[in-house]
Design a protein around this ligand. Structure first.
Ligand code: ACO
Length: 326
């Protein structure tokens, strides 16, 4: 038995923040941002919207496509680094808002690779028959942990949510195949939110130092990202005895157009096979992969049996790649 993605959904908040808007906030310009990242605009959650609210909207669409009701769900796994609360999980809040009372639910923390990690975990439960209907969500309100005075980071991120429904299939020609995941914890210092955890609980000095915001060494992240994505894509494909030329579509974490282009070039996969939306959403971290999958799906790209290659990398550094027979 394998797990099959039977529904996808995505949601972005209404408010759009353009590069021109950012020019008024920090010393930057549209040309710099577009050339270095491919990003033109991003969506920002309204003050009353938390991550769970975005997740619920995306989930409703995924459930509708799968023909399921929220109460049919046995499992909800949420990949996020910007949950509503430190505890309980964002998944618990989402479950409550969806009105499901029986599923077991939890969050996975793997930053931008969060939804791929969450998918891998949910896949094990579905493919072994332990649960029938699983919901995997990637959601972020990174705008809440972004320092809007730091031009090194604030031009990169956006808010959004993506969701995928997983159900078992006996059809061996379809479903999730190998997902290969990796973490290198020696790279924690190059991308993290240093303050507000148990190492340094919230205090005034921390707030004054802006330690409760994302800190990043962009150049180091870039170097690690391209190599790691290339390696993990090849690794996941090799398990299935596939090569990059067998890939029908790529669904890549939309961190940055240059990272994606460089990865595709190393793999020898044409850019036309990769759905792009970084120009309109920026880097939505863990939401990015399921949002991208949903857009490609609703555009009619994905046909039964297609080889879909998913890949993502984020803080940790944590990364991976997965192969789906759609
Ligand atoms: N506008 C204008 N100038 C800027 C901006 C900005 N927004 N940000 C930085 N600069 C300046 C820097 O201060 C620096 O100026 P200096 O030479 O006078 O010191 C100059 O531009 C070059 O800075 P670099 O950091 O070296 O620029 P780089 O070419 O590396 O591009 C970027 C920066 C876009 C962040 C790149 O390193 C990158 O894409 N890294 C990957 C980071 C990423 O995607 N992180 C997302 C989270 S993790 C993930 O999802 C994989």
């Amino acid at each position: 038995m394998r797990s099959l993605i039977t529904g996808t959904g995505s949601y972005v908040p209404e408010k759009i923040l353009t590069n021109a808007d950012l020019e008024k906030m920090v010393e930057t310009n549209d040309q710099w941002i577009v050339e270095r990242t491919g990003i033109k605009e991003r969506h920002i959650a309204a003050p009353e919207q938390a991550s769970s609210d975005l997740a619920v909207e995306a989930s409703k669409k995924a459930l509708e496509m799968a023909g399921l009701k929220a109460e049919d769900l046995d499992l909800i796994v949420v990949g996020t680094i910007s949950p509503d609360y430190q505890f309980p999980s964002c998944a618990a809040v989402v479950q409550g808002k969806l009105g499901n009372k029986k599923a077991f639910v939890f969050d996975v923390s793997a930053a931008c690779a969060g939804s791929l990690y969450a998918l891998s975990v949910a896949d094990r439960f579905v493919a072994t028959g332990a649960v029938r209907n699983a919901l995997v969500i990637g959601v972020e309100t990174l705008s809440r942990i972004t320092d809007w005075t730091d031009r090194n980071t604030c031009v990169l991120f956006g808010d959004g949510a993506g969701a995928m429904v997983l159900q078992p299939t006996e059809d061996d020609r379809r479903g999730l195949r190998s997902i290969k995941l990796h973490t290198d914890g020696s790279l924690v210092p190059i991308l993290l939110m240093p303050g507000g955890g148990s190492k340094e609980p919230i205090n005034q000095a921390l707030i004054d130092a802006k330690s409760h915001y994302v800190k990043m060494n962009g150049r180091e992240v870039f170097k690690v990202a391209v190599r790691a994505l290339d390696d993990s894509c090849r690794e996941a494909l090799a398990v299935e005895k596939l090569s990059p030329s067998d890939v029908t579509w790529v669904c890549a974490h939309q961190a940055n157009k240059r990272i994606i282009d460089a990865t595709l070039e190393r793999l020898g996969i044409p850019q036309e096979k990769c759905w792009m939306n970084v120009h309109k959403y920026g880097n939505t971290s863990s939401a990015s992969v399921p949002m991208t999958l949903d857009e490609a799906n609703r555009a009619g790209w994905l046909k039964p049996g297609d080889v879909v290659l998913m890949t993502a990398i984020g803080a940790g550094m944590a990364w991976g790649a997965g192969v789906i027979r759609w």
